[in-house]
Design a protein around this ligand. Structure first.
Ligand SMILES: [Zn+2]
Length: 362
């Protein structure tokens, strides 16, 4: 999708109703329409009107102006862009005319299938998909082996034509699996047939501490806003299930040392290269509580924080790393933060570099 019209946060704020509680510089503190109760004095949603970004520190929703608009109006970003671009370019500026379809979204959110069910569906689903050569090449380039790529279960999500997707959904149902409450799947309102969103990218299975696949992240082929998205179906046109943010846990779990960083694919690669146990936050600012709960179950001897090396330069990242540390202290976990050669941003990049240099010197 080409962005010909720039969608700014102001464009979005002009159109949707969001309760702004405080303003500090370019940052607005607002009630999060998803997770904050009304009448609170302090909200969890932060909107930066200069950077055109938003983030909720409670539910983890974040993104740019267009994504906020899409979320609140229950559309995908393509539809949202079309609508907004038309209005903006025609000079229309109707204030707050969008009553966002939250009630709808909330009623949708009531039901998300439990982890056991999601695990069964996603496992069977992934078996029915293929991995394209390009996607496989991308995964190998990151340092994974052919076997690891197979075991982890990455698959290409862009399945066309539609008939092929409907067939996959039918096969799942014939296996006795219900697609109700499974993020990424939805029912066409016209025919009541199940379908799934054919994201242009590949699925990264996200597992909890018990190894259950609780969600799929998508590595997008052409990242328009972010490289990663959740396999999610919350379009208002049809009946689907929005994804919830989840931690990704991977590794042998044998010695009680656990590394924590950001990104599901990153921890897959890092864990594979180092044979260590890793927990990946979906974003540096989300799932902090889930992290504490998971660590309580896991009972590690030591937590090693291995956040990207640019954490010092990015204020947002640094503040969130501090938050994580504070939570670890409050909950009595022993931890340390590690750093490495700044030339390598992620721990996965660094480990891959080590492996390659070892190979060369061997
Ligand atoms: Zn929220």
């Amino acid at each position: 999708m080409r962005e010909l019209v720039d969608v700014t946060m102001q464009d979005v704020l002009d159109r949707v109703r969001i309760t702004v509680l405080k303003q500090r510089g370019n940052e607005l503190n607002c009630l999060c329409p998803y997770c904050d109760e009304p009448h609170r004095r302090e909200g969890h949603l932060y909107i930066n009107v200069v950077k055109d970004t938003f983030i909720c520190h409670k539910c983890g929703r974040q993104g740019n102006a267009l994504q906020l608009y899409a979320l609140l109006t229950g559309q995908d970003t393509k539809e949202a862009y079309k609508e907004l671009a038309q209005e903006i370019s025609s000079g229309l500026r109707r204030l707050h005319h969008i009553q966002y379809k939250l009630q709808y979204t909330q009623s949708q959110q009531k039901y998300i299938a439990p982890p056991e069910t999601r695990d069964k569906v996603y496992r069977e689903f992934l078996k029915l998909l293929e991995l394209s050569e390009e996607h496989k090449a991308d995964l190998l380039r990151r340092g994974l082996s052919e076997v690891a790529v197979k075991v982890k279960g990455y698959k290409t999500l862009f399945v066309t034509p539609k008939e092929k997707r409907l067939e996959i959904c039918r096969t799942l149902q014939e296996k006795g699996l219900s697609l109700e409450g499974i993020p990424g799947f939805f029912k066409h309102k016209s025919t009541w047939e199940w379908d799934f969103i054919p994201y242009r990218g590949y699925a990264i299975p996200v597992r909890n501490l018990n190894g259950q696949i609780v969600g799929l992240q998508v590595r997008m082929d052409e990242p328009a806003f972010s490289k990663y998205r959740w396999f999610s179906s919350s379009s208002s046109k049809d009946v689907g299930t929005p994804a919830e943010a989840n931690l990704h846990v991977t590794g042998s779990m044998e010695d009680k040392i656990v590394y924590v960083t950001e990104g599901a694919l990153k921890v897959d690669v890092a864990s594979y290269l180092s044979r260590q146990t890793f927990i990946g936050l979906p974003g540096v600012s989300s799932c902090h509580r889930q992290l504490v709960e998971t660590l309580k179950q896991f009972q590690p001897k030591l937590v090693i924080l291995a956040f990207d090396m640019d954490y010092e330069e990015k204020v947002e990242v640094r503040l969130n790393v501090e938050k994580v540390k504070k939570l670890l202290i409050e909950n009595g976990f022993k931890f340390k933060q590690i750093t490495w050669d700044k030339e390598f941003k992620g721990i996965d990049d660094y480990l891959l570099h080590l492996k390659q240099t070892q190979k060369r010197s061997a």
